[in-house]
Design a protein around this ligand. Structure first.
Ligand code: FAD
Ligand code: NAD
Length: 473
């Protein structure tokens, strides 16, 4: 890791622990509002997203998606005579992670005017930290943005087979011949998609249908497409034990059947990185997530903030950065005595975290969703109407790919006549999402949405079709 120059003071207005995407944004925001800020990072500046999560995983997926997109258009398809170049794809991924060197991010942080220390931070008391033997003090606030680690389930033998986690899957320098994946969430689906395109034989062992927090049609479509790519999707599969044998890792399911693969990837969710933060010194319990209000202030404190994965509100980079903007600004406002606006949708409140979160799963076809599913909206007590439409019937989609298959669903709050949630599944739907997010967060009345005319022939014409299906009063 490149060296980081030592700051010339140990007292700052704000200290941010963890320089992932989220911590960088808290620091930048507070600094821009006039505070002095120290950022402490134990590994790489840029965190999980840059080196072992969002960016490398999306690069690993992209080559296969582009290849299949060309294969789905007559005229382009004929030009494809080769297969996906795995080594070149992995090399492209290495260039995105700068071979796991964070010099460019160090330069950005220091250039932005934020002090940086490389080391492991632990609380030794309120507003006081030890970083590898040096004491640092915050005058106003400490923000925790230490992220999360993969959860290793308590399956007998699993720890002994040295399973892959998302870090191995996103940083591997060769593709294994076969890979078993425990879990059926986003990491499982994305990594199955990527590695299947590299020629790896994949078996997914999932207790539930894939992506089962999404609308049910998402699971059906994604499962079908993975199976078409040669992936074995075992739903209702409970892994009971694991052992390494001469031929690889052998997983035994609770029905007695076995799955053998070169490697096993565990992708069953996350735990907070709070085991070794000195929480005892400030009355918190090591290993806990941090419970925050909408300004990201940890409940029970007036100086401790938590943003990103560690507060367990939404484990997504963009949502963590949104929280960071609110937190950086409110820390400065409270320190400088300027007005705080923590009302819903105010400058200092991360209101959208609750029911307006966008997410893209970069499977093929992709899943793009924002807000509530029908089930979640009903559970929350809304009086809803569900509008469905086949994306393949949209002219723009049929141009995009021959035999385009996809689906869209819009959830309408019948009382207020606004949209609570939208889900798209289909090729190239990721870039449709922000229109949906704007409609949901803006609570744009359905009547007004009729005046937002989608260009013809784009896939965005799905909006017109959804409105026509809903009907105009
Ligand atoms: C495979 C994968 C793919 C993903 N893809 C996407 C995606 O496409 N889009 C999306 O929005 N989200 C995605 N996510 C989720 C996203 O990666 C996380 O939500 C995001 O990285 C969280 O950011 P963070 O800043 O909270 O934590 P992190 O990025 O983990 O940063 C925390 C930092 O704190 C440091 N740290 C920890 N403890 C200490 C300490 N005691 N002292 C000093 N430093 C410390 C760590 O070294 C780390 O650098 C993905 C996750 C995975 C696993
Ligand atoms: N494109 C993206 O936005 C993206 C991509 C990857 C990851 N992420 C984020 O990273 C986080 C972690 O992803 P993830 O896939 O690890 O978690 P996840 O919460 O998305 O999925 C975990 C899955 O594992 C299952 N599971 C839990 N315990 C199990 C066990 N013992 N055995 C078998 N299955 C078990 C769950 O039912 C669930 O289906 C998520 O919160 C996700 O939002 C986002």
């Amino acid at each position: 890791m490149p060296p980081v120059p030592v700051p010339d003071t140990t007292e700052f207005d704000v200290i941010v622990i963890g320089a992932g995407a989220v911590g960088e944004n808290i620091a930048d925001r507070a600094m821009q509002r006039g505070l002095t800020v120290l950022l402490v990072e134990s590994e790489l500046v840029g965190g999980e997203c840059s080196y072992w999560a969002c960016m490398p995983s999306k690069v690993l997926l992209r080559s296969g998606i582009v290849l299949r997109a060309a294969q789905a258009v007559e005229g382009a398809e004929e030009a494809i005579t080769g297969t996906l170049d795995v080594a070149a794809t992995l090399a492209r991924r290495n260039s995105f992670t700068h071979d796991w060197n964070d010099q460019s991010q160090i330069d950005w942080v220091i250039g932005a005017g934020v002090a940086l220390v490389r080391g492991h931070a632990r609380f030794t008391g309120p507003k006081v930290l030890d970083v590898d033997g040096t004491t640092y003090t915050a005058r106003h606030a400490i923000a925790v943005s230490v992220g999360s680690d993969p959860l290793l389930p308590d399956i007998p033998g699993l720890a002994d087979v040295s399973p892959w986690t998302s870090r191995h899957a996103t940083s591997a320098q060769t593709a294994p011949r076969s890979l078993a994946i425990i879990g059926g969430g986003v990491v499982s689906v994305e990594m199955a998609t990527a590695y299947a395109s590299f020629g790896t034989t994949i078996t997914i062992l999932s207790r539930t249908p894939l992506l089962n927090t999404q609308e049910p049609f998402v699971s059906e479509t994604v499962t079908k497409s993975l199976e078409a790519a040669g992936v074995s999707v075992l739903v209702g599969a409970n892994t009971a034990s694991a052992k390494r044998t001469d031929v690889g890792v052998e997983l035994t399911l609770d029905d007695g059947s076995t799955v053998v693969a070169d490697e096993v990837l565990v992708a069953v969710g996350r735990v907070p990185r709070t085991m070794d933060l000195g929480f005892e010194a400030i009355g918190l319990t090591p290993g806990d997530w941090l419970d925050v209000d909408d300004t990201m202030l940890v409940k029970g404190f007036d100086w401790l903030y938590a943003c990103g994965d560690v507060n367990h509100r939404v484990l997504l980079t963009h949502q963590g950065k949104y929280q960071a903007r609110a937190a950086g600004d409110v820390i400065a406002a409270r320190a400088l005595g300027t007005p705080v606006d923590d009302s819903p949708f105010g400058t200092h409140a991360a209101t959208a975290d609750h029911e307006m979160v966008p997410q893209v799963t970069f499977s093929d076809p992709a899943v793009a969703s924002v807000g509530l599913t029908a089930a979640a909206a009903e559970k929350a007590g809304y009086d809803i109407r569900v509008i469905d439409y086949d994306l393949g019937w949209v002219a723009g989609a049929s141009v995009q790919a021959d035999g385009y298959e996809g689906h869209a669903r819009m959830i309408v709050d019948e009382k207020r006549k606004v949209i609570l949630g939208v889900t798209f599944v289909g090729k190239d739907v990721a870039e449709l999402l922000h229109g949906a997010t704007t409609a949901v967060v803006g609570q744009v009345p359905i009547d007004r949405l009729w005046h937002a005319v989608p260009a013809y022939p784009t896939i965005n014409e799905i909006w017109l079709r959804l409105l026509e299906t809903y009907g105009r009063p």
